[in-house]
Every structure is written in C-alpha cells, then in structure tokens.
Design a protein around this ligand. Structure first.
Ligand SMILES: [Zn+2]
Length: 570
C-alpha cells in the first residue's frame, strides 16, 4: 500500500565558494587556521569599516546560476539581514533579499535511470531521452525517472562565524571562531518539487556534480563547503479534502545520507504528530529542528523567524551590481560540457546505455576523458565502458588510500583521483580552472604524489584489442592488464608471464572433433536446435587446454555439427 500522504521537500543549499579571500574584505578563507587569525575590521563589523565586493565570488555565482538555467536580472543589490548571534558580532549578515542575482532556474535529476534497470552487457536497446521541456516538473511521487526540479533563486551572501560548544578538553564552555565570518556563500533554493527523501539525495548529488564540473566548489561537507537545510511537510488526503501539515526546516545534516535519513524520520514524525494533534499549516509557527546523528532523530530548536523579523534593508555601504547581456553570454559560452549534456553525448557518440553514461559522468571529467580515449582507440564504446566500469573503477574504489593518475598515449595526465575527490590536472579539460579565475581552488595543492598508481589508457586499449582479436578471453585479459598496470610490463611479457599461448587452429579443430565424438548426446540436441549443451563442451575444452578461446570453440563445434548434418550419409 502506498503512503497515506505525499512528502513535499524543498532544499536550501549553501555552497562555500573557493575564493582566496572573503566576500567583502581581503582576509584569507583558508580552512584550518588557528581560531580568529583570519579577521579584520570589515568582516567583524567595526564601525567605519567599508566592505568591497569580491568580483571572483560574483563571477562564480553567475557561472552557477547560468548553468542552472536561471534568469539573470540586469540589476542586483545587497541587503542587510539583521539578527544577533554570538558568531555574528556585526549584528547583521550581508545577503540579497528582493533582488537576488538569479531566479527561476531548474536542475534535471534521475536522467541516468531512464532505462532504470541495468542493461545486460552488450544487449541493450537505447531509449530515447525525453526532450527537456517535456520532463515532468513538480508533481510526481517516485524517483523512478527523469524529473525537473525548479530553482527559485541562487543568491550570494556572507557566512557567519562558528560557535564551538564544549569542544576544548571536555570543558563546559563556548568559544567563538570568526575565521569563517564573511566567507562567500552561494545559496541555491529549490522549489518544493522534491517528493521523497531519496529524490532529495539525488538532487544533491546532481547539484554537487554540476558544481564540480563548473569548478565552483569542491563540495567538501566535512569542511563545511556545502551545507543543506531542508523544508519538509506533508500533503494528506482526508475526507474533507487535501490538507498540509506545518512546514519544518531541518538543519545540521552533514552528509547526503544524513539528509535522506533525517527527511525519512521527519516525514514519519509529522504523520504521527498530525494524527495526534491535527495541526495544519498555519495553526502553529514554522519550526526549525536539528538532526541528531547519534540518536537518528530530529529535535525542536526554535520557532522559525519570518523574513519580516529580519528587518531587511539595502546595505548603504555597497553599490548594486549590474550585469549586461554580453556578460551573461560570455559566461554561458565558457561553461564547457555539463553533466546532462555530457551524458547525452556519450550515449549518442559511443552507443552506450544511459546507465553507463551516468556512471562514467558521475565519476568526474578525468574518468570521462580517460573513457573517451579508450573508446575511440579501440573503436567499441560499450566494451570500453565495461572495462572502465568493471576494472578501472573497481580498482579505484577499492583503494581509497591511493591516488590514481590517468595517462593517455602521449603520457598526458588527464587528472588525479583521490578517494572521492577529483583533482584536475589537464589543461585540455573543458573546465580549465585558471580560465574561470579560480586559481586558489583547493583541488591541486593538496595532492601529494607519494602513493599513486598510474593507469595507462594505452595498456587497456591493447588488452581490449587482443581480446577482440581472439588472442585470449576477457577474464584472462583482466589478469594481463593487472600485470601490465602493476609492473609496467608490455602486453607480450604479461601474456608470456601468464603462460598464455595462442592455440593453433588445426589443433583446436582436432580438439573439437574429439569432444563431439565423445558427446553424441549433446551433438544430437544441437542438431534439434537445442544448443544449451555447447557450454559443457566449452568447459571440457578449457580443461584440456586453458588457452582456448571459448567463442572460437563454440563457433568450430557448431560448424562441425553443421557439416555433419549436411554431409550425405554413405
Ligand atoms: Zn576580513
């Protein structure tokens, strides 16, 4: 039975922009410095200090907004959001209220699932991608297909400082670190279009991927580069009509998994609460609840302020920003290939199913470039995809302790991968970080090349070609590749190390003749159109000689049986 209610979720994502300096002053934004060492009169709001906008932060925000299909107003301004909190000594936060830098965008999710089930190897039928404008928006209950999630707005603001409670030597104390104060934050607010906790997680993953391709954020949730607040309530069908429960904002979720769990918990809690109290939207003030990872529950924090409580007014110290049509077009032209378009192109160019393109694109541009090189070089997109997914990615995922380098034919480095973070190294990449003016992005300089493994595209191509030529089978090819990658040996040496020899054709025919003579029952079945027994013949052939090629044995046996059937009995 389906749920007696529909879950309505909207997400507010705060993305810390990787600029070198803060939003309105020259203080460093580097993470991990000793408390209160990266502050100045501007970011702690001393009287008489004057803020100046960080142009880079604005450009990165514009880049994201354009990629999200947002409308970019020609004129945008800064407002003071007034509230007092110990980690906000200024007494206000500079944000954007009624004229944000962008509005009315969208993000498509679930495109990798349009053929839903994983296609069997080799045998898949391409399913046409629906035209973007035909994607169902808003209403919907499942996360089983592509959906378009509306973006209300993306605006720029400054971060507050950090309160640390009882963190020092187990003492009951509270300390304030203002290093984070004034760090540029891009807030991306979705429409309440998400219909399940799983879909919320999917939206976050797609947004994170987009930001990585744009070079806008490393999205490190541990370091607070990406923070998520979720608004959730339920629509319940009652005999008196549809009612909505009070909206709750859930905070303090520090992973996408936590978001999913917190929302699942909250939906059930609201359902129980509605059954007990009958409270509808408007009966009680909007409330904020925090997610407790330990107890896996949410707990009430405070009643939520309405925007009128903040007494927004235009910041008198900052000039409004104007954006021209030409500037927007320039940004649009510099976006490079983004995940959705890249998936579609890989499917079309290499004939791979949506599942495959989704897996590849989700790994980041380095893996995509690596895949494309292999696919082009061996001329078989699906086989290349299988090798990259089953061999390269399995290896990468099984060794989070190692850093991988992907090298093509020319010895050109495509990128590095460490854990789940991609480190971009190639100047040929669509997203050239220096071009978008983000030279301080924290991708590069954290890479140490001490523990790295080089994955050679050429080696993989050679093995694929050898398998295709029938020199050995895929399973043996994996062993060959393993030796090539770990020892740097050429293909021929790896093959001889494994004792793989090509079986002489006449010897193979002899072997097959012998098998057929010894298995008359199977031969009779095949003649009746039941080729199932051929597998057993292949197994016997491999026992006699591990180097035989299964496909060739199958072909030869069928041919010999066919010859027998058509030869006139004497
Ligand atoms: Zn400062």
């Amino acid at each position: 039975m389906s749920d007696p209610y529909t879950i309505i979720i909207g997400l507010e994502v705060h993305v810390q922009l990787p600029t070198e300096s803060k939003m309105f002053c020259g203080c460093s934004t580097k993470f991990g410095a000793p408390p209160n060492t990266q502050t100045c009169p501007v970011c702690i709001g001393m009287p008489g200090s004057l803020p100046v906008m960080n142009r880079k932060a604005f450009e990165l925000s514009l880049r994201t907004a354009v990629a999200l299909g947002c409308e970019i107003p020609r004129f945008t301004k800064w407002d003071r959001k007034n509230y007092y909190y110990p980690d906000l000594p200024k007494g206000y936060q500079i944000s954007q209220f009624d004229l944000p830098l962008s509005c009315n965008g969208w993000l498509d999710i679930g495109c990798g699932k349009k053929d839903n089930l994983r296609a069997p190897e080799g045998g898949d039928s391409p399913i046409a991608r629906p035209h973007p404008n035909l994607l169902p928006k808003g209403e919907g209950t499942s996360s089983s297909g592509p959906r378009r999630i509306g973006i209300i707005r993306a605006h720029l603001e400054e971060d507050a400082g950090k309160s640390m409670h009882d963190e020092v030597a187990g003492k009951a104390d509270s300390r304030i670190d203002l290093n984070r104060t004034g760090t540029p934050l891009l807030e991306i607010v979705s429409e309440p279009d998400l219909r399940s906790p799983a879909e919320a997680k999917e939206y976050l993953a797609e947004l994170k991927l987009l930001l990585a391709y744009l070079g806008v954020s490393d999205c490190n949730m541990q370091e607070g580069s990406l923070r998520v607040d979720a608004n959730i309530n339920l629509h319940i069908d009652t005999p008196q009509g549809k009612i909505a429960t009070p909206i709750v904002e859930v905070k303090n979720m520090n992973s996408f998994r936590a978001v999913e769990r917190a929302l699942s918990y909250e939906a059930e809690r609201q359902w129980r609460e509605w059954q007990e109290t009958g409270h509808k939207l408007g009966d009680v003030p909007k409330s904020t609840r925090g997610w407790d990872e330990g107890s896996q529950t949410t707990h009430e924090q405070r009643s939520k302020e309405e925007s009128s409580d903040y007494r927004y007014f235009p910041d008198p110290d900052l000039v409004p920003v104007t954006v021209t049509e030409a500037e927007v077009e320039q940004v649009r032209a510099s976006l490079g290939e983004l995940p959705a378009a890249l998936r579609a192109r890989l499917e079309q160019t290499y004939g791979i199913p949506a599942y495959d393109s989704d897996v590849l694109v989700n790994q980041g541009r380095a893996i995509v470039d690596f895949y494309e090189y292999i696919a082009r070089s061996c001329g078989d997109g699906k086989t290349a995809s299988n090798w990259v997914q089953q061999d390269v990615l399995r290896l990468v995922n099984s060794r989070p302790d190692l850093k991988f380098e992907f090298v093509l034919e020319t010895g050109q480095l495509v990128g590095r991968l460490a854990g789940t973070t991609m480190y971009i190294a190639s100047p040929t990449l669509a997203v050239d970080l220096s071009k978008i003016g983000a030279p301080s992005v924290r991708y590069e300089h954290e890479v140490s090349v001490a523990d790295h493994l080089t994955l050679s595209g050429t080696a993989i191509v050679e093995v694929i070609k050898a398998v295709k030529a029938g020199n050995f089978e895929t399973s043996r090819g994996r062993e060959v590749l393993g030796i090539m990658l770990t020892s740097d040996k050429p293909l021929a040496d790896a093959v001889s190390e494994l004792g793989i020899e090509q079986v002489d054709e006449s010897a193979l025919i002899e072997l097959c003749r012998g098998l057929l003579a010894a298995n008359p029952k199977i031969v009779a079945e095949v003649k009746e159109g039941k080729p199932k027994g051929l597998g057993a013949l292949i197994g016997q052939a491999k026992k006699k000689n591990p180097n035989v090629n299964a496909n060739r044995v199958r072909e030869l046996c069928l041919q010999l049986i066919n010859d027998q059937a058509h030869s006139t009995p004497s």
